[in-house]
Design a protein around this ligand. Structure first.
Ligand SMILES: [Zn+2]
Length: 357
């Protein structure tokens, strides 16, 4: 009898506790379920509640889990921490910050001559700029005329260089001299010809060969690929390359490269570079901006593509490592007399420069 009473009392307490815990549990459980995928089970809960005796233990576990699932934010912070470790990596190379121009490693590491130590050198070397080496056709406009130097004038100018102790070098020599003070001849000069006109072969190559001069020709490769009669053929390029003439890219289509997107720039720059490489057997490293048009993006893409430098159409004779994607040139005009020419090339070898009255 007494045991029956005790049993009834226990039963009574269990019903009370069960009823309380189920009402306590339901909000927490509902909260948790809305977060989980078993949301449909919520609807079934009220009916099951009475017949479910083991639920009391459910109430303590439900509350903690509900709060635990609501604090996932700490797990997000670890994903942000990897970035600080990246910014921490440059300091090991802090000893290199003394070099005037910190540069990204080129795609083929070690090929770009970079300053050897703290200093690089800014050198005064005239980079002559030619286009056509022929007499302009009848009715040619002023631009075509100005871009043309007659074969006689070209020969006289080259002869002047030979007679006055100038030694033509290429842009690779210039880079090495700037970065590591590689020896240059006493009167270095660089001869460049833009666009790759056929008269460069017809009227230029014999003179250059005769004098043992090197020169650098910038090619817009599409014109050669298309077999345009006004431009060099690839066979001519092979012959001139074997004779010591350098060929460097001047884009594929001779398009304005300022204000362009990266894809277009890569197409024009890498495309012409690879085309020339396929013909001459090595990767050319210098670029001439078509019509002298370029911007910061163009220079950036050239650097990323592993170019060593680029020439503009602006005038000047000082060349350094930092400004290697904006090297200036000395334009030779149709009307440039031999006396003017002598003055122009002398400018590169005088300390203070020439002051014209
Ligand atoms: Zn051009």
């Amino acid at each position: 009898m007494a045991t029956f009473l005790v049993f009834m009392i226990i039963l009574f307490f269990m019903v009370v506790v069960l009823g309380q815990s189920s009402t306590d549990a339901s909000p927490a459980e509902a909260q948790m379920l809305t977060n989980g995928e078993a949301a449909t089970a919520v609807a079934a809960l009220p009916t099951i509640a009475l017949t479910y005796t083991p639920t009391p233990q459910a109430s303590p576990t439900l509350k903690p889990t509900a709060t635990a699932t609501f604090t996932p934010t700490p797990t997000h912070t670890p994903t942000h921490t990897p970035t600080p470790t990246l910014t921490n990596t440059p300091p090991p190379g802090a000893t290199l910050t003394n070099t005037p121009t910190p540069t990204l490693p080129p795609p083929q590491a070690g090929l770009l001559p970079t300053p050897n130590g703290i200093y690089s050198y800014t050198l005064k070397v005239p980079i002559l700029m030619y286009h056509y080496l022929s007499v302009p056709p009848e009715g040619a406009d002023k631009y075509r005329i100005d871009l043309s130097v007659s074969p006689e004038d070209f020969r006289a100018q080259m002869q002047y260089l030979a007679d006055n102790g100038y030694t033509p070098i290429d842009l690779y020599d210039l880079s090495r001299a700037i970065t590591s003070k590689a020896d240059l001849p006493a009167k270095p000069i660089i001869i460049t010809l833009d666009d790759g006109y056929r008269d460069n072969y017809v009227n230029g190559l014999p003179v250059l060969r005769e004098l043992g001069f090197t020169a650098t020709i910038f090619l817009a490769t599409d014109f050669l690929d298309q077999g345009h009669p006004g431009y060099l053929t690839w066979d001519m390029v092979h012959e001139m390359s074997a004779a010591g003439i350098r060929f460097e890219p001047h884009s594929k289509s001779h398009s304005d490269l300022s204000g362009r997107g990266r894809d277009f720039l890569v197409w024009e720059m890498l495309g012409s570079q690879e085309t020339i490489a396929a013909h001459i057997g090595y990767t050319p490293r210098y670029f001439a901006y078509p019509s002298g048009r370029y911007d910061d993006t163009a220079m950036q893409v050239l650097e990323e593509l592993g170019f060593w430098g680029a020439v503009t159409t602006l005038g000047g004779t000082w060349h350094g490592f930092t400004g290697r994607f904006e090297w200036t040139r000395v334009r030779i005009h149709n009307y440039t007399t031999l006396a003017d020419f002598a003055d122009l090339v002398a400018l590169g070898n005088t300390v203070g420069g020439k002051s014209r009255p």
